[in-house]
Ligand binder design. Structure first.
Ligand code: GTP
Ligand code: MG
Length: 311
């Protein structure tokens, strides 16, 4: 983890400008060090374009891995184009992308969707940001307006970013983007649990463990081929994932700002987090007390009873 540049997270935005040329002697990666991975589910209308763009932009150097659950010609096109195809029963976005992320052995792993929505031509910017010290580079579709995105999706994505920013205490712009670059050790160090909400989890857990995350504004294009996204069900699943992952990280990986949880320093964030902790608990009162007890154990050790009185 490059803690040396984690100060880029301290400002109100996560910006490329904050990542300076690195003096770090760590290796400078080229596309020979990059695997581009994706889940593919009946994407025969787009896969040819996506794979050909990757080939052109990386000069054929990047490895491509597709985890495929299609019943159409998608896997055949992928193999013909030289991609490594792993077949998997369709079980949702996260199951496929987790498999895709964990498959390659190259040091930098890039995710994208296989629907021609993401600007593959911006891959060099992602690699540059990794070489400048980022652990994760996250494509931010919303700062450029994302006009090609259906209005309801755009609204939903803005709300997810607002919710995550509130819980994280730092501004993030796009929590559900499919285009990111990761140093492989980040992928391997964290246990990933979400399915529909995997994209949000892949941003939130590293941020809460103080990895260096850089949001890279990107263009977003209209989808080629039919969507399988169910906006309401998907939106509810992503909201639940954001709440669950933030709460789990708060409980198990204490941030230096945990004083927010203490009654000695009850900020607005404290009250909001307490309310959200109650909302995501199934047995409200009991679990609210339990949340407090966990905090006490992690933050104050034996003086647990002092904290329990907060609730
Ligand atoms: N293997 C596999 N891939 C999947 C599955 N569900 C989605 N995908 C792929 O994951 C990527 C993201 O899914 P999309 O359907 O584009 O989801 P989205 O971007 O939220 O929604 P759109 O607005 O339709 O683009 C695409 O490349 C899909 O083909 C699945 O169950 N199995
Ligand atoms: Mg998509």
């Amino acid at each position: 983890m490059s803690n040396t540049v984690s100060s880029v997270l301290d400002g109100s935005t996560l910006g490329l400008d904050s990542l300076e040329e690195s003096d770090d002697p760590s290796p400078r990666y080229t596309f020979e060090d990059v695997s581009v991975v994706m889940g593919t589910y009946n994407e025969e209308a787009a896969i040819e374009t996506v794979l050909s763009d990757i080939e052109t932009v990386t000069d054929g150097q990047a490895e491509v891995v597709c985890v495929d659950g299609s019943s159409d010609r998608t896997p055949k096109i992928a193999r013909d184009r030289g991609a490594r195809v792993i077949e998997q029963e369709p079980q949702g976005y996260g199951v496929a992308v987790r498999e895709a992320l964990l498959t390659p052995t190259r040091p930098v792993v890039v995710t994208t969707d296989c629907d021609d929505t993401y600007p593959i031509e911006q891959l060099p910017d992602f690699l540059t940001a990794i070489n400048n010290g980022a652990d994760i580079v996250s494509g931010d579709r919303l700062s450029h307006g994302a006009d090609a995105m259906p209005r309801v999706n755009r609204l939903g994505n803005r709300l997810f970013a607002l919710l995550a920013s509130t819980l994280l205490g730092r501004r993030v712009h796009d929590t559900t983007t499919g285009m990111r670059a990761y140093r492989r050790e980040v992928i391997e160090t964290i246990d990933w649990t979400e399915n529909t909400g995997l994209s949000a989890e892949l941003l939130i857990r590293p941020l809460m463990r103080e990895y260096t995350v850089h949001e890279q504004p990107i263009e977003y294009r209209e989808r080629a081929g039919k969507t399988t996204l169910a906006p309401l069900r998907g939106g509810a699943a992503i909201t639940k994932s954001i709440l669950k992952v933030c709460l789990e990280e708060r409980l198990h990986h204490r941030l230096p700002s945990s004083r927010d949880w203490s009654h000695e320093n009850p900020t607005t964030g404290f009250h909001l987090k307490r309310l959200l902790a109650c909302l995501v608990s199934r047995r409200r009162r009991v679990n609210c007390h339990r949340v407090s007890a966990y905090r006490a154990r992690f933050s104050l050790g034996s003086s647990r009873t002092i904290h329990l009185s907060v609730w």
